[in-house]
Design a protein. Structure first.
Length: 324
């Protein structure tokens, strides 16, 4: 290994060992954005159409808000298209942390390549689903004509659906541009402070997202294990699987910003280690044991949720009253 690379590794390790959670987040993650091209399936009625519709209610057309549904979104071919969007969104959010900029999330540097490959696969899947939807397009338009009656307007419908649904992704730069160092050093320092504040906020957003999700999963598993009378309820595999998935995501994305949350996650992992959904379905004593262990985790999470507003205020630096 070269001296330059060794220096880089040592510097990276130093960042993890000594820096703040926000600095670690900034040093190890990149901004990631997913955007969509998506054909709208609703269209607002014209003023004349709204006036005619309002007559049935003895109302004024200007007081009525109304639209028409152009396509049957419940058709299997259309649902296949939206299913791909759901998978993309779940994949993107599962690999990333929130960032206080609309449409942007943070992804680990070592996850960028795999993310791009998976997104390319999903884009191909989306294109295939749209091509199949286009094959049913004539059928969907005929059904719309029957359903809409006089509201049907052929000009509302493009010639083809191909190219009207799409997904794109990029990795926008959220850091101040280097040229500002020479061009306007003062502005560069201001931008550095602004970005630092953004990453401080990103840490808080990540903490809150982890806390809310973890609290919900633990409460659900406790509730599924017992009811008010102590008897078992229907217990699905997802009750445990979702919690296990959370542990893996927390391990991968956690920036070690909240020791209390870290401890509660470790306690919950111990409570369900080696326990499968089938075990919990078949053993009432095991359900009670796991529910008892998780109850203390749930109580700790509830206390954190109550205490959260105060902790968030204490974490923020004093406001600069010199600014306008």
């Amino acid at each position: 290994m070269s001296t330059t690379l060794l220096d880089h590794v040592d510097a990276r390790n130093e960042v993890h060992a000594t820096s703040t959670p926000a600095a670690r987040l900034r040093a190890t993650m990149a901004a990631c954005r997913v955007s969509w091209t998506w054909l709208g399936t609703q269209k607002t009625l014209t003023a004349e159409q709204k006036a005619r519709a309002a007559e049935a209610f003895d109302a004024e057309g200007t007081s009525l808000s109304a639209g028409k549904k152009l396509l049957d979104t419940g058709h299997p071919a259309y649902r296949a298209v939206t299913a791909v969007r759901g998978k993309v969104d779940a994949h993107w959010r599962g690999l990333t942390l929130p960032f206080p900029e609309p449409g942007v999330r943070l992804i680990r540097h070592d996850g960028v390549e795999d993310f791009a490959e998976r997104m390319a696969y999903y884009r191909g899947e989306l294109d295939d689903a749209v091509a199949n939807l286009d094959r049913h397009y004539g059928e969907l338009k005929r059904a719309a004509a029957e359903r809409l009656g006089s509201l049907y307007n052929p000009s509302d419908y493009p010639e083809t659906l191909v190219g009207l649904f799409g997904v794109a992704w990029d990795f926008p730069n959220v850091e101040p541009p280097d040229y500002l160092v020479q061009l306007a050093p003062g502005v560069y320092e201001q931008e550095q402070a602004r970005v630092s504040a953004r990453f401080e906020e990103a840490v808080e957003l990540a903490e809150r997202a982890f806390l809310d999700e973890f609290s919900r999963l633990v409460a659900h598993l406790c509730e599924r294990a017992t009811d008010e009378s102590g008897g078992p309820k229907v217990f699905r595999d997802s009750a445990v699987a979702n919690l296990i998935d959370f542990f893996e995501r927390f391990r991968s994305l956690n920036v070690r910003s909240d020791a209390q949350l870290d401890a509660l996650v470790a306690e919950a992992q111990r409570a369900v280690r080696g326990v499968g959904p089938r075990d919990l379905r078949e053993s009432g004593s095991l359900r009670g044991e796991v529910a008892g262990r998780l109850a203390s985790v749930r109580d700790g999470l509830d206390a954190m949720l109550v205490d959260r507003p105060r902790r968030r205020i204490l974490r923020r630096p004093p406001a600069d009253h010199g600014e306008a």
